[in-house]
Design a protein around this ligand. Sequence first.
Ligand SMILES: [Zn+2]
Length: 326
Amino acid sequence: MKQTINSITISPKVVYSQGYDIQFLGLEKLHPFDSCKYSRTWRVLADRFGDRLIANSLAPLSPVTSEMLQVVHTTDYLKNLHRSHFVAKSLELDSLGFLPISILDSRVLKPMRLATTGTIMASEAALEFGIAINLSGGYHHASAERGEGFCIYSDIAIAIYSLRQSQKIHVDDRVAIVDLDAHQGNGLARIFYDDPSVRILDMYNQQIYPNDNHARERVDCSIPLLSGTKDDRYLGLLKDRLPAFLREKELPKIVFYNAGTDIYERDLLGGLKISERGILERDRFVFQTVSDLGIPLVMVLSGGYAPESYRLIADSISDVLQTWNN
Ligand SMILES: [Zn+2]
């Protein structure tokens, strides 16, 4: 499909590095998290698209700098990330607290900092090419002074501040976060609590972690769901609420889409009952709605804990690449 955003023909970009995977000492067995879904997704896409994928991909070369981290996170928090026990607790993997910090940093935190660079790159690519997908990121539970729920750095917040710093967007420009991960995006709501330029739509299972009422009050469009919610209701609510949210007052200059696949019916943590088809339809609807309004879109993967997650993600991205790459 030939479609333009800001008079540029949409040409989706995929941001990925081999350094995204988190894999060591059986971590993947301690946490119900496929920590290699990033490379698995990439391999499926590489098989399907070959050189076309390579031609439309970007690779982050270095982890996000500490200067950039300090723009969003407190000095005390970043200092504490040099202590093994603090890091293990923030990851909710307390049993790893005995490991030297150098190992935790190189095997877990560094891939997350690299993915944060990826989200910054994807946000810049979205402004330039209309659509960009970072095959990682979406750490929506991390707040300025706290990591939780396997989220250490707030990559989306850092990317927003980075776009402002480089004057790719103005500080008053409207930015939208569309958070469709099964969990409430409490960290982002807390970071942007007093920043009305950033508008947040959050659709999540209200019966699971994190149950953050303070954060919930900040969300501009909150769509709490019950465990067991199925496709019809889920997609009905999304189709009803998303277009109005985006159109309210002025259109956003950019949309960050937190596309967690933990809404999947076989996910171990999400508690929702959305089918494979339902996830594809959700993603297709978000991409089409945002693009039809002429707004650049950056997607990050966020949660998704089932063994099938990588395939669901690859199917959605394949659909995007087939729709817009001519
Ligand atoms: Zn989640």
